[in-house]
Design a protein around this ligand. Structure first.
Ligand code: BGC
Length: 290
């Protein structure tokens, strides 16, 4: 079933019709997974996708509980197990309490997807320290705190060969902006550049413990974070100048990549960034110039 495209300006784009069938092979059955920022957007699709692939899911949220509870109920309606847990990932005590609750509920965790992220855009000169700290706090410090808590749990438990050949999998949600500089978004690009070397450094450190650490780097995905980039036909056309594959990404494009990276099918992959961006990182301007 194609996912739920919200088409710009209400009319279908030529590409929505070509969205691939969304299927999730049952590759992570019984593995408890925690997804941060799972009440909306990419996190929500990832929580649902991991559940379809067989995982039990912790749906993390910060703020209003109702959308996260709804995601958890959708998972239960598919026959899966889920629990919604509140935590601000930038706060150490919140993260500690969330992991304790998750382990208490599901016994352990095998997969942690550090997805929670936000933007506070501003011309550089006007960027406030609060805007800077907020973005670094959630997007980078949040990933540090969640990866550290995941590592402690994975090492405590070790490999459970009934479920996976790895002791655990950490997947960081990065962005094409770990590579592409982004005027007006210095805080965001810095946070994602930081995620890249956080991910690689801990991948190197944790590999001997059979903990795999990888990133998924989305391009432009149809979510609330970037509505202004796709919600009018003009904006959509402008966006397509940056996307060689000529369609916006859907949250499920990301969720399927995460589900695969989390599975033993990707067991020899660690320290990698999987760009899921329709070619956005291919210097689209050079298609006709240079
Ligand atoms: C940002 C989006 C943006 C996309 C491509 C993402 O990381 O959150 O706002 O549309 O990168 O530029």
């Amino acid at each position: 079933m194609p996912n739920d495209p919200v088409t710009p300006g209400g009319s279908p784009t030529p590409y929505d019709a070509q969205l691939p069938e969304v299927t999730y092979p049952k590759t992570i059955v019984g593995q408890p997974a925690l997804v941060t920022g799972a009440a909306s957007g990419i996190g929500k699709a990832t929580a649902l996708g991991l559940a379809r692939a067989g995982a039990d899911v912790v749906v993390n949220y910060d703020g209003d509980a109702a959308p996260a509870e709804d995601v958890a109920h959708q998972i239960e309606a598919m026959g899966g197990r889920a629990i919604a847990i509140m935590a601000d990932v930038s706060k150490e005590d919140d993260v500690t309490a969330m992991f304790a609750k998750a382990v208490d509920h599901f016994g352990t965790l095998h997969i942690v997807v550090s997805n929670a992220g936000l933007q506070r855009d501003s011309p550089f000169e006007q960027m406030t320290l609060e805007q800077w700290n907020m973005v670094i706090g959630v997007n980078l410090t949040g990933q540090f705190l969640c990866a550290r808590a995941a590592t402690r749990e994975f090492k405590r438990r070790g490999v459970d060969a009934k479920l996976s050949v790895a002791a655990g999998k950490i997947i960081c949600m990065s962005s094409v902006h770990q590579e592409i500089p982004w005027a007006g978004h210095a805080n965001y690009a810095s946070s994602k550049g930081g995620v890249m070397l956080l991910m690689k450094s801990i991948a190197q450190e944790l590999a001997p413990h059979r903990i795999r650490v990888n990133s998924v780097a989305p391009g432009a995905i149809r979510t609330p974070i970037n509505t202004s980039a796709w919600s009018t036909p003009e904006a959509y056309a402008e966006l397509m100048r940056l996307v060689p594959y000529k369609r916006i990404g859907e949250p499920d494009d990301i969720a399927r990549a995460v589900a695969w990276l989390a599975s033993d099918a990707a067991d020899y992959i660690t320290g990698a960034t999987l760009f899921v961006d329709g070619g956005m990182t291919l210097y689209p301007g050079f298609a006709t110039g240079g």
